[in-house]
Design a protein around this ligand. Sequence first.
Ligand code: ITT
Length: 200
Amino acid sequence: MTRLILATRNAGKITELRAILADAGLPHELVGADAYPDVPDVKETGVTFAENALLKAHALARATGLPAVADDSGLCVDVLGGAPGIFSARWSGRHGDDKANLDLLLAQLSDIDDTHRAAHFACAAALALPDGTERVVEGRLRGSLRHAPTGTNGFGYDPILQPEGESRTCAELTAEEKNAISHRGKAFRALVPVVRELLG
Ligand code: ITT
């Protein structure tokens, strides 16, 4: 069975990606980057989600000699011109401090009323092979931002993003409900035929 490495150390993402790829019926063994502790984290020097996803996938594919998939994702707020965007994970200054990132964003938007709180999650999903072959696809989830966090599921900015057509935030959706509509779900479902094409 081909081993496919997920280039992430974010436990929330690993859980989501495993479910999405398994649902799609991919016969590959999916392993998180933590299985390869000696591979250093790649610097996310790209300026788009696609560039960063490709950087992460290539670094892991090169280091392990195995096909690697990676995503780069974030929250893009209209009134902030698309920020935090690629800086979503480190918006407050500390990478991965979900609560500090969310609190800072809410404070920055405190005077903005509901008509101007449109935002979307964006995700680029990349596949890289050790020989340098690469593919990248993208997905989005549009919605609007609440004034206070609600819900305990998910991670990151889930408690404040209410998807279009929903009365709940992403953090009030079950994992299955979120995967069905999410930016990451869309991007990785679009990557499935690409994995099949390149890896069989
Ligand atoms: P890896 O780089 O190891 O994959 P990361 O958390 O740094 O993990 P990203 O660089 O893709 O991942 O940053 C994504 C950030 O954007 C993440 O930390 C969240 O703050 C936010 N984000 C992305 N997808 C999200 C989702 O589905 N729900 C909530 N927040 C999300």
